[in-house]
Design a protein around this ligand. Structure first.
Ligand code: AMP
Length: 217
């Protein structure tokens, strides 16, 4: 069983590489960002609470986020392992996660950090757009749908830019996340779990590097 954490700032390519890892290793992809977006769309209690933070590019409080993750990790579909994408984002969350993983009896196999410089992140986030129907991610510079105006994954025809990918929010989002990122990496480095992968590389090469780490175990 592979239980993996993927660290990296917004735009580092966590979602893209997760798709490939999930395909190969049949892991359950758990993205707190996706879960919050779904909760907001369904106007659930958590969704309404999270919205005010997310719209400004701030972090949702640690306890709220950790609770969401614990509920998800208790679902029966996580048999062959999981990939946590976008959680933990703070050392407090990392500490809470230690407790959660102990309770659900799922020890971590690896923590991978996708490192990308800030200029690249800004360029990637501003060029990013999503399928309105299935949430698949595209990029005006690097990943257009194969057939113009049609989603590769679900065939949908409507696309949108995430509210928090708009330039006025991106700057704050990166600042907030950057501050938290280094201590988080230290936390897992000290546990001997961290591997850093150069996220400036092509998606194929990022996947290859990550695959090499996973098949090593
Ligand atoms: P993402 O799609 O991972 O960039 O997440 C979108 C937004 O959801 C973030 O900007 C945060 O406001 C919120 N969010 C996602 N994951 C977390 C987390 N682990 N802790 C706090 N807020 C989060």
């Amino acid at each position: 069983m592979i239980n993996l954490i993927l660290l990296g700032l917004p735009g580092a390519g966590k979602g893209t590489v997760s798709e490939r890892i999930v395909d190969k290793y049949h892991l359950t992809h758990i993205s707190t960002g996706d879960m919050f977006r779904e909760a907001m769309a369904n106007k659930t209690k958590v969704g309404l609470e999270a919205k005010s933070y997310i719209d400004k590019g701030n972090l949702v409080p640690d306890e709220v986020t950790a609770k969401l993750v614990e509920e998800r990790l208790n679902q029966p579909d996580i048999k062959e392992g999981f990939i946590l994408d976008g959680f933990p984002r703070t050392t407090k969350q990392a500490e809470l996660l230690d407790g959660i993983l102990e309770r659900v009896n799922k020890p971590l196999s690896n923590v991978i950090s996708l490192d990308v410089n800030e200029q690249t992140l800004i360029e990637r986030l501003s060029a990013r757009f999503m399928c309105k129907n299935c949430g698949a991610t595209y990029n005006k510079l690097t990943k257009m749908p194969k057939v113009e105006g049609t989603c590769d994954r679900c065939g949908g025809h409507e696309f949108y830019q995430r509210e928090d990918d708009k330039p006025e929010v991106v700057k704050n989002r990166l600042e907030v996340n950057e501050k938290m990122n280094a201590p988080l990496k230290d936390f897992y480095e000290k546990k001997g779990l961290l591997t850093v992968i150069d996220g400036e590389q092509t998606p194929e090469k990022v996947f290859k590097d990550l695959d090499a780490v996973l098949s090593r175990d």
